[in-house]
Design a protein around this ligand. Sequence first.
Ligand SMILES: Cc1cc2nc3c(=O)[nH]c(=O)nc-3n(C[C@H](O)[C@H](O)[C@H](O)COP(=O)(O)O)c2cc1C
Length: 388
Amino acid sequence: MNDILTALHARRSVRAYLDRPISDADKKAILLAACAAPTAGNQQLYTILDITDQALKDALAESCDHQSFIAQAPMVLVFCADCRKWYDAYAEAGLSPRTPGAGDLLLAVTDAAIAAQNAVTAAESLGIGSCYIGDILEQYETHRELLCLPEYVVPSVMLVFGYPTEQQKRREKPQRFDLRHIVHENRYRHMDGPELREMFAPRAANGYDAWVAAFCKRKYESDFAREMTRSVGQYLKQFDSGEEQEYNCTKPNSGGTVMEKVYEFLKAAGTYYLATVDGDQPRVRPFGTVHIFEGRLYIQTGKSKDVSRQLAANPKAELCAFKDGVWVRVSGKLVEDDRVEARKSMLDAYPDLRAMYDENDGNTQVLYFQDAAATFSSFTAPPETVRF
Ligand SMILES: Cc1cc2nc3c(=O)[nH]c(=O)nc-3n(C[C@H](O)[C@H](O)[C@H](O)COP(=O)(O)O)c2cc1C
């Protein structure tokens, strides 16, 4: 075998890394190798997100099926199938072409995957291991928000990289199916039961039926696989109907954000009504405080109040405000932030409250919305839902 074949056969997924950074020069070499891959019409129908923000890595480790090694990887790349930039480029030239469709998406996914595999091989040549993370296709709403993805951009491939630990170097490469089951000559051959049993025999040491049943339960029928199908279905809608609402980004560098839109509305409305549950009894009361701190939407109350007690028992809450024929409902969980700086930030935004509250009084409480959905409604326009 030549060096390239040897490297291709030796590569294994690496999921535990040495505490050793990847140099800028090596990262650049990997990225340039990715871009050297074949690409349909030389369009490079992908955008690579270089995830350097540790908080974002942590969030992706959670949202990608709680795979903690993602957070520990020194380099994380998300290859987005990007049908947006050429569409925008056409518009920039004064054209109004058709909106991207399913064919454009598949071509872009192919481009992204080929580029990603070049990155894997390049990294391998530098002694850097990698692992694909399929779960990036899950959690449509969360990932669009976290990665600021506009319409027609799909995070199709995620890769994590790092120098392998000794244990990872020793790990055996999982066996592949025999070539005769993978390669069909000229035309597709439907594999019958006996051939399937033969194909799986090397893997199913405890018997075909039991092994396949366990695999089906663990992978195909799993929560994550169902979530992936739901989430990808949401992306596909963008390429179907053109009805999708564009998501804004809540990150500070992106200008107006969905959260700011909700915040501005609540501020302008002056009063909103906050509903909590008290056992099986809904409770609602007028509220006025709303504040953005560290990219989250906060409200404020006192620990001595019933609302605080109710939220401690059940953090689910919904608020509603009305202004000029438009109303917003925000639902989600209200989570306490017990940091003094969070309380101080709120009171600094509402100095009048200092007549009753102090960040160190043991009573002042600030809570932020988690997994929130805000729906703007009116009698004249269709509802618009945003998440943050
Ligand atoms: C599209 C794709 C998605 C994957 N997703 C994950 C993942 O989320 N987590 C993980 O640990 N491995 C993931 N893998 C790695 C596979 O489990 C691995 O490639 C397979 O078991 C074969 O092992 P090898 O890469 O060591 O040869 C993924 C691989 C691919 C190609």
